[in-house]
Design a protein around this ligand. Structure first.
Ligand SMILES: NC(=O)C1=CN([C@@H]2O[C@H](COP(=O)(O)OP(=O)(O)OC[C@H]3O[C@@H](n4cnc5c(N)ncnc54)[C@H](O)[C@@H]3O)[C@@H](O)[C@H]2O)C=CC1
Ligand SMILES: O=C([O-])CC(=O)C(=O)O
Length: 308
């Protein structure tokens, strides 16, 4: 399994590190436009191999896509992150051009690859890759829901005073401060719905804290987060590499599922060797459906800013 990560910045390097530490890929290529940067990150990571006990070979490349040839999975993290006070949507002007160029270069050298889009605004960048390449739709996947769900579980565990391993929950919808739909009514602590333990007010607090998870970290760090984003991507790459068929909420191109069309938005997906192997149309309450539809309106408005 060969994996390419474009963007050797905070998220790209974290993603490469987690993939290596999990030791399921034979090779990871990191590519960046900044001279020597990816080579430096790759060398630094390789010098952790004997300490962390992995055999994955990590190499770096300054914008030479021939080094990425034959990649099974390519992750796109290239582009600018937001600063405190900004929305993800404000990044579209710069990131759309980068994502379009990077995806074309990747596919030229790895025509059978699966692409995972991370750059923000992620749902719109994923839609852009669908619209501007000819990869089948199961091979273009946006990463947002895996991260948002991990943050949801963190907030649920905090509210419940429970270990994170005892809670489960999922966030669907757009990967934006307003558009996320944490499915609080379906969240459980060891199979018991969390409403058995938490008041309406506390559950609403969990939902709100989850939705602004990225913005909260951007305020604290001065730039957006990287550890949980990198871990979320690596978990998705592992599901594909090891053909696990795990369900992650992913930004998938919809064609009637959940009553939505012609956009990429977060919905539960089975991930395996073929990328998105199935979109799982779980039943939603009327309130959940209304929130997902409202979220879709927001994503479509951002998509409308693309020059396609
Ligand atoms: N979908 C999600 O859940 C998340 C998305 N993000 C997004 O990921 C992106 C990257 O974030 P960070 O790693 O924190 O930023 P960063 O600034 O640390 O790294 C971005 C890297 O991309 C490189 N780059 C820029 N243009 C390039 C090009 N044309 N070709 C190759 N490399 C290029 C830069 O040189 C830089 O090293 C941002 O757009 C951010 O908003 C970040 C966290 C989570
Ligand atoms: O908040 C951001 O801009 C980066 C991101 O998507 C996240 O961490 O969820």
């Amino acid at each position: 399994m060969k994996v390419t990560v474009v963007g050797a910045g905070a998220v790209g390097a974290s993603c490469a590190e987690y993939i290596a530490i999990k030791d399921f890929a034979s090779e990871v290529v990191i590519l960046d436009i900044k001279e020597g940067f990816a080579e430096g990150k790759a060398m630094d990571l390789m010098q952790t191999a004997s300490l962390n006990g992995f055999d994955t070979k990590i190499t770096g490349s300054t914008n030479d896509y021939s080094k990425t040839a034959g990649s099974d999975v390519c992750v796109i993290t290239s582009g600018i992150p937001r600063k405190p006070g900004m929305t993800r949507e404000e990044l579209i002007g710069i990131n759309a051009g980068i994502v379009k160029m990077v995806s074309a270069n990747l596919i030229e050298h790895s025509p059978n690859t699966i692409i995972i889009v991370v750059s923000n605004p992620m749902d719109t960048m994923t839609y852009l890759v669908h619209k501007t390449t000819n990869l089948p739709k199961n091979r273009i996947i946006g990463m947002g829901g895996a991260l948002d769900s991990a943050r949801f579980k963190y907030r649920l565990a905090e509210a419940l005073g429970a270990p994170i391993s005892d809670v489960d929950g999922m966030v669907i919808g757009g990967h934006s401060d307003k558009g996320m739909v944490p499915l609080i009514g379906k969240a459980v602590r060891n199979s018991v719905v969390v409403s058995e333990f938490l008041s309406e007010e506390r559950m609403e607090q969990v939902v709100q804290d989850t939705k602004v998870g990225g913005a909260t970290l951007t305020g604290l760090l001065g730039t957006s987060a990287w550890y949980a984003p990198g871990a979320a991507v690596s978990a998705m790459v592992q599901a594909i590499a090891c053909d696990t068929k795990k369900i992650f909420p992913c930004s998938a191109l919809l064609d009637g599922e959940f009553g939505l069309n012609d956009l990429s938005i977060g919905v539960p997906c089975v991930l395996g060797a073929n990328g998105i192997e199935k979109i799982v149309e779980i039943s939603l309450t009327d309130a959940e459906k209304a929130k997902l539809s409202e979220s879709a309106v927001g994503v479509k408005a951002t998509n409308g800013l693309l020059e396609l």
